[in-house]
Design a protein around this ligand. Structure first.
Ligand code: GAP
Length: 457
């Protein structure tokens, strides 16, 4: 994959995305009435629908369209030995410094780019009254206590990644899924990291959802499966409409590799904050199964009854973030144009990801038009996410749907009463066509299933 220079800036800035998400109820700051809680977010109606579509597309690509991957949903709380074996307890740390004056904590390696809270024109440590400690390692796992009594209970951790829940279930799945390497286990779920410098909206938060798949392979096949999954995961984002000039695969330098990885590539997206990781694909070798074998005393290996061969499979891991992918799809979709001299904000998002697929709009709230519109909406909503809206001028209702990325608006007007046809307006091209009410569900379903490319330059 050729590396590339940065594309020219387009309409989307992080401020505009945050404002749209709040205005249309995609995402809110968590606990807002109490002033918010550092870098945690709540998803509203359209945000939930959008993120669910992203996760469903991942499940589709991983499980529905393949025969060699099975699903798993492991607990967030795991035996604490899990995190000893994985290396998280000892090594999942960031170096940080504290300031005795302002009481704030900073990532030591980010200090030069940060602002002193008391003197924002300077970095922490540069202000006249700054008093920074030496850098110390700070573990990013959230700790809690299991059991009724805090002092005598066992310390457990909110999982910092979904991957370890897969490794500790390797034996169970192998036994019950009737699979043999190469095969994969896929999981989607919440992970928690006490990030010291979170920020940039849902790009880096303390509570987030991961979509991870561990693919177990015969050791000799690991390099070829690593290449396969890099390409496969890059292609997934392209198929779902991310523009190719905003997407790249970047191979990690040797010094950048995590301790468990012999090769890692990041799928990166050109966010308003610059090129940043969307997903990592790593060749983890036999590190995880070997570590859990050592710490649990349970052999985690594959035995081929026919050939008598016994080995510890190697693992190729595509690890993505559902929130970060959702943000990338929002950023890539955000656009502004002008219709009839009026400014429009529109999400040109892949119809498969769009939170609402169709809006049903009676042209007026009289002459029986709402009754027919309700009939159309009821016929559609069993097949796709449909929204009924009769409030306000038709132009305003179109704008509202454009802003949430609804690919089709269906308008019921006086002609509908005569010939049972409705107008189908397309979000990107703004073309309008008349379709009979009877043909409408099939017509829309076909259009929604068709391949789609972003019309953004
Ligand atoms: N099991 C490997 C692993 O967890 P990672 O690169 O730390 O690898 C995988 O995380 C993906 O999870 C990232 O590419 C990103 O999309 C998402 N992710 C990680 N930390 C995140 C955070 N604090 N907020 C939002 N997403 C995060």
């Amino acid at each position: 994959m050729p590396d590339q220079t940065s594309p020219p800036a387009d309409a989307a800035t992080m401020e505009k995305i945050v404002a749209l998400c709040k205005r249309r109820g995609f995402v809110f700051a968590s606990s807002e009435i109490y002033g918010g809680l550092g870098s945690t977010y709540d998803y509203g109606h359209y945000g939930v629908l959008l993120k669910t579509n992203v996760k469903n597309e991942w499940w589709r690509a991983m499980v529905q369209e393949r025969d060699d991957i099975v699903a798993l949903d492991s607990a967030i709380l795991q035996h604490p030995r899990t995190w000893e074996a994985s290396g998280h307890l000892a090594g999942f740390t960031d170096p940080m410094v504290d300031c005795h004056t302002c009481g704030q904590r900073f990532r030591a390696d980010h200090v030069p780019e940060l602002q002193c809270p008391q003197k924002p024109s300077k970095s922490p440590g540069e202000g006249p009254s700054c008093d920074l400690t030496e850098a110390r390692d700070f573990n990013l796992m959230f700790e809690t206590t299991m059991g009724p009594v805090k002092d005598s209970g066992a310390t457990v951790y909110l999982r910092p990644e979904t991957a370890q829940g897969i490794f500790v279930n390797f034996k169970n799945v192998l036994q019950f899924s009737r699979r043999k390497p190469p095969f994969g286990i896929a999981q989607v779920g919440k992970s928690f990291r006490n990030e010291i410098t979170p920020g940039n909206f849902v790009f880096r938060t303390r509570e987030f959802e991961q979509m991870e798949m561990e693919f177990f392979v015969p050791p000799a096949e690991a390099p070829q499966w690593y290449d396969f999954w890099r390409q496969e995961r890059y292609d997934w984002y392209v198929e779902l409409g991310l523009r190719k000039d905003h997407l790249r695969l970047r191979e990690h330098e040797t010094g950048e590799l995590a301790h468990y990885s012999s090769a890692t590539a990041d799928v990166e997206y050109f966010f308003p904050i610059g090129w940043s990781e969307l997903e990592g694909i790593a060749n983890r070798g036999d590190f995880d199964l070997t570590q859990h074998t050592e710490f649990s005393g349970q052999k985690l290996e594959y035995f081929d009854g026919q050939s008598g061969e016994r080995y510890v499979p190697h693992v190729i891991e595509p690890a993505a973030g559902a929130d970060r992918a959702t943000l990338a799809f929002l950023v890539d979709a955000y656009d502004e144009d002008e219709i009839g001299g009026e400014q429009r904000t529109v999400l040109r998002i892949h119809p498969r990801l769009a939170p609402v697929k169709v809006a049903v709009l009676p042209h007026m709230r009289k002459d029986g038009l709402p009754d027919v519109a309700h009939e159309v909406h009821t016929a559609l909503r069993g097949r796709m996410q449909s929204e009924y809206d009769e409030g306000g001028a038709i132009g305003k209702r179109y704008r509202r749907q454009d802003e949430i990325g609804t690919p089709y608006c269906v308008t019921i007007d006086h002609q509908t009463l005569e010939d049972r046809t409705v107008t189908v307006r397309e979000r990107d091209s703004l073309t309008q066509e008349r379709v009979t009410i009877e043909d409408l569900p099939g017509e829309l379903a076909a259009r929604l299933a068709a391949p789609w490319r972003s019309p953004k330059p």
